[in-house]
Design a protein around this ligand. Structure first.
Ligand code: NAP
Length: 327
């Protein structure tokens, strides 16, 4: 089969398309013919060696969707021909940037007929991260106000929809080109993240509802930019979930603001999800019901994996980039 691999850590140029042996399943694995594999920032961190070491060569790709080809002897609940999607590979297991992949059976679920396989292939990291942040960590409730920084991103555009589906009032920030689409996806207010008066604007929208003095739940993917901002716009008892930063030196300039409001900070990694199948199944239900859409900004072939990984870090788009091995 054709697969993208890297034999050394480095830039996007270390990714090469190679002919390698088809995977065979261990007892607990499912082999999937990959139809689509989402391209995520984390794929680049594994490739460049920024995240913990693992054995090389490696096939990148945390996400995947496709059709079951073969199941291991101990696998229950999947049969050849089932449409499936999942996430959580590409680190210690070969990933989804390939024509076929062997996946531990606890990291995939079946797909309802109505759900597009390409969209599902890009749903895993973004969906499970947004779910873990808003549902499991922040326990977002109907009627609360939720701020999603960077709503046009992979995680952001799912988080906007999950917060709306939960009955929250949804504020998000994004570049102006994406404001209309984010309103369609359920955002009640969309603000340009470059506004000089962003904190005031967020406060104004957040405090407009009855009985609220700020934002109850914040999903923050750039903690170095927004950690203090989050405390400043937080309501009393707010929960901030941190998923990323562009500079690891993250700190509060004035922790008294956070203390005075009893703000909780939770940092998370999607890879710590205790049971991937739980959020994956819920996200599939939401996609089936039309309450969650994965916007695909661009598709790439396997030979274009380097371009895709460059673009996911450097270019602006709404939604997800995805590899389609058949292209
Ligand atoms: N901890 C975890 O488990 C976990 C899981 C998934 C992702 N992450 C991390 O979370 C981050 C986002 O991931 P992603 O997949 O959603 O990436 P993505 O699709 O590239 O989205 C990033 C978004 O950030 C926006 N942005 C850029 N500068 C901004 C600013 N100053 N303020 C607000 N938004 C800004 C971008 O908008 P423009 O393009 O318009 O500039 C883009 O929409 C990455 O750092 C990723 O590594 C962590």
């Amino acid at each position: 089969m054709r697969a993208v691999r890297y034999h050394d850590h480095g830039g996007p140029d270390v990714l090469t398309t190679e002919e390698i042996d088809d995977p065979t399943p261990d007892d607990e694995e499912v082999v999937v013919d990959v139809h689509a594999a989402g391209v995520n920032p984390v794929d680049t961190y594994f490739r460049d060696g920024g995240y913990e070491p693992f054995s090389l060569p490696m096939v990148p790709g945390t996400d995947f969707a496709g059709e079951v080809r073969e199941t291991g002897s101990a696998v229950k609940g999947f049969a050849s021909g089932d449409r499936v999607y999942g996430t959580g590979i590409g680190r210690e297991h070969y990933g989804g940037y390939a024509e076929r992949v062997a996946v531990p059976s606890d990291r995939l679920v079946t797909l309802p007929d109505s759900v597009d396989t390409t969209a599902a292939g890009a749903a895993g990291v973004a969906g499970v991260t947004a779910w873990r942040a808003l549902v499991d960590h922040a326990a977002l409730e109907p009627g609360e106000t939720c701020l999603v920084h960077g709503g046009s991103g992979g995680v952001g555009h799912v988080a906007v929809q999950l917060a709306a589906a939960a009955g929250a009032r949804v504020l998000t920030t994004a570049s102006p080109d994406y404001h209309d689409r984010l309103a369609e996806l359920g955002a009640d207010a969309v603000l340009d993240y470059l506004r000089d008066d962003l904190a005031d604007a967020v406060q104004e929208v957040a405090s407009a509802g009855p009985g609220t003095d700020g934002v109850d739940v914040i999903l923050d993917h750039r903690l170095d930019d927004y950690l203090q901002f989050d405390a400043d716009v937080a309501a009393t008892g707010a929960r901030v979930v941190g998923i990323g930063e562009s500079d690891p030196a993250v700190g509060l300039e004035n922790d008294g603001v956070a203390r005075s409001k009893d703000v909780s900070y939770q940092f998370m990694s999607m890879f710590n999800t205790p049971e991937f199948r739980v959020p994956l199944a819920r996200l599939a239900q939401l996609m089936d019901a039309g309450d969650l859409t994965i916007d695909i900004a661009r598709e790439y072939g396997l030979d274009e994996a380097g371009d895709a990984q460059r673009a996911v870090l450097e270019e602006s788009f709404l939604g997800k980039l995805v590899l389609v091995p058949e292209r």
